[in-house]
Design a protein around this ligand. Sequence first.
Ligand code: ASP
Length: 330
Amino acid sequence: MKKLFHSLAPLAVLAACAFGAQAADYPAKDKVITIVVPFAAGGPTDRVARDLAEAMRKPMGGISIVVDNAAGAGGSIGANKVAKAAADGYTLLVHHIGMATMPTLVRNIPFKVESDFEYLGAINDVPMTIIGKPALPANSYKELAAWIEQNKGKINLGNAGVGSASHLCGLLFQNALKTDMTPVPYKGTGPAMTDLIGGQIDLMCDQTTNTTSQIEAKKVKAYAVTTSKRLTTPALKDLPTLQEAGLKNFQVTIWHGLYAPKGTPADVQKKLNDALKVALKDPDFIKKQEGLGAVVVTDKRMEPAEHKKFVAAEITKWSPIIKAAGVYAD
Ligand code: ASP
């Protein structure tokens, strides 16, 4: 046995050197970093990831950063893809509040949010809006509430699948109104938005990063925001909060974070976090995000350990709310 250890020792040293060299050379000029987005192209998570990829490119030494939309199952297909990817810093995940709500909303997800990822930091906070198809007769939240009451059992509600943010918001909305709507799942709220504009679905609750430009262009009707305060973005500033519209304690804010597979070398994580922090201070990135109602993170959640603590706190916060509302699914 002793002999075997002796013969393996040089191999272990070699492996450690190779691994160390890889981390020191990171990011290699001939490689590409892929950010996996667990929803369809053209939606809000996709939007954040593409803007972030652009802003991180320079601080990552000019390397190509591309987006891979691994959409489906409310965001769990993409997250699982990253959980199982090589931990070399070339596959990353941008995901939203689903990292914290999915473990309670969906009972059987194929990965562990707390132990299958390295947390690289938070990106932004994004309000949600309640929006409707253009042909809806309601022109205010009050009229929408009356229309929902009159059309009980006939209304459908688009979402990005079980476990997504639009699923969570839609379930809380139905729960608060004590009404059931028919869910229509999509691979992301980008394609759901196309159908809402086309009138194939009636309502949706979605991030302002997807809805602001459609509200501005009057392609959809907007009724309320899910934050506790009204927003200042010009196209959204006249919308009431759901709380002031009478839905007590209704408050949902979506946040996004950046993750790598568990086991990504510490110095690679540090390079990625440094680049993330540069991106979060990039005036172009901030301007794009603010124009869509999002607030770029400037607080301690930029730090991986703080973001991890924040996600753990969000799991603790949302779990009883979801369970009490009885809104989870298998
Ligand atoms: N907004 C979506 C959600 O409901 C996801 C997306 O398409 O970005 O989770």
